[in-house]
Design a protein around this ligand. Structure first.
Ligand SMILES: *[C@@H]1O[C@H](CO)[C@@H](O)[C@H](O)[C@H]1NC(C)=O
Ligand SMILES: *[C@@H]1O[C@H](CO)[C@@H](O)[C@H](O)[C@H]1NC(C)=O
Ligand SMILES: *[C@@H]1O[C@H](CO)[C@@H](O)[C@H](O)[C@H]1NC(C)=O
Length: 347
């Protein structure tokens, strides 16, 4: 295979022409794919292209899309190389997207080569940012309860979040990590010194230092979707029930100081959890209604017409691993979110 004409032109592609686009929050200093849904996109004229990886840690999973077709699932990146099959000579597009979340593993992108030439990719004009937990990750999405969540069973491209963005042809980034909350993470009964979402949100790559993200102008979203609270609400047998007023106050503080301060012109959609319902753990808790009311109160306190509630009903009995939404529930959630965004954005 012939490499890109010269090393000089390769550098030119990365730093100037930006023909290779990084998808989601990818720190340009490391080119490490951490957050779910991160990846690369490019167009080329030729018959094949290869994405070479630098550092591979853990066992992460990916979807490879060629010319917008059905994805090829890649679950083994130990060869440090992902290639297209031999294609007919001509123009092609390639998109690589991470299915799994940070803690299963990450890869760094070393370089992208083709037997032809790399062309400028089309950059979508619409951008959506998602901030969420395991629901937005796509944890256990492809499994059927009872099952064990794995990198391969996670399927970020099939989440309500990715489906909604795809419907609008929008670029998206996912700041999502399983078990994370606004005031506290998932309750395990063990001390959990790991960061909560307002702290993680300040990172470029998910494993980077706090406050490393620079909020580049070019990545400013038109729409921000926040789907948090499921983990804050978990408590049964391990800790006291959530104080809804504390949750509301922390949510307002995070949105106002952590997000709105960077994206003053965005429209915000706060999504209720399909994993909460009014019967579990007790009718007294009425967690679904309590979370919905808390988000309504957040919106009231934000005192802005840019904030919108999206009510995703409690899911049914067909679920993925550890009671997570399956593909059908995600598709239903996508329809609700799409409708809400369309109404506000006129997309
Ligand atoms: C292929 O892509 C190149 C670069 O974007 C463009 O100039 C050319 O017209 C395309 N050819 C076809 C057949 O679409
Ligand atoms: C691409 O990356 C691989 C692996 O890191 C390296 O061996 C190769 O020399 C690189 N090719 C170019 C053109 O930079
Ligand atoms: C709410 O917004 C309106 C219009 O911008 C403003 O006049 C009012 O003072 C705000 N209220 C609070 C409590 O911030």
């Amino acid at each position: 295979m012939v490499q890109l004409t010269t090393v000089t032109s390769l550098l030119a592609i990365f730093s100037h022409a930006e023909a290779v686009r990084y998808l989601g929050r990818v720190n340009p200093a490391t080119k490490e794919l951490t957050w779910p849904g991160t990846g690369v996109a490019f167009a080329f004229t030729g018959t094949s292209a290869t994405i070479r990886l630098g550092t591979v840690s853990g066992a992460s999973s990916y979807n490879l899309y060629i010319n917008g077709g059905a994805p090829t699932v890649i679950s083994d990146v130990s060869s440090k190389s992902i290639s297209t099959p031999k294609l007919s000579r001509g123009n092609h597009t390639v998109v690589l997207r991470k299915r799994s979340e940070t803690n299963f593993g990450t890869v760094t992108i070393s370089n992208i080569t083709t037997d032809g030439t790399i062309n400028a990719d089309v950059i979508p004009s619409r951008k959506i940012e998602y901030i969420g937990d395991s629901i937005t990750v796509g944890y256990g999405l492809d499994g059927i309860l009872p099952c064990t969540d794995t990198a391969l069973v996670q399927n970020n491209p099939k989440t309500y979040a990715a489906l909604t963005a795809d419907t609008f042809g929008a670029d998206y980034d996912m700041v999502a990590w399983s078990g994370k909350g606004v005031t506290r993470n998932y309750g395990t009964g063990q001390p959990d010194p790991s960061p909560i979402m307002p702290q993680l949100y300040t990172r470029w790559g998910a494993n980077d230092a706090d406050n490393s993200y620079t909020f580049p102008e070019s990545a400013t979203p038109d729409v921000v979707v926040i789907n948090l609270g499921t983990n804050d609400f978990s408590y049964l047998n391990v800790r006291p029930a959530l104080n809804a007023a504390e949750f509301t106050a922390a949510f307002v503080k995070f949105v106002r100081e952590g997000v709105l301060a960077h994206y003053p012109d965005a429209e915000y959609f706060l999504v209720t959890s399909p994993m909460l319902n009014d019967d579990y753990p007790s009718r007294e808790d009425a967690q679904k209604t309590t979370q919905t009311n808390a988000l309504k109160e957040v919106i009231r306190q934000m005192n802005s017409t840019a904030f919108h509630l999206v009510e995703w009903p409690s899911q049914g009995g067909d679920v993925g691993c550890d009671y997570h939404p399956n593909a059908a529930t995600h598709a239903a959630g996508a329809r609700i979110l799409t409708e809400a965004i369309r109404g506000v954005m006129q997309w």
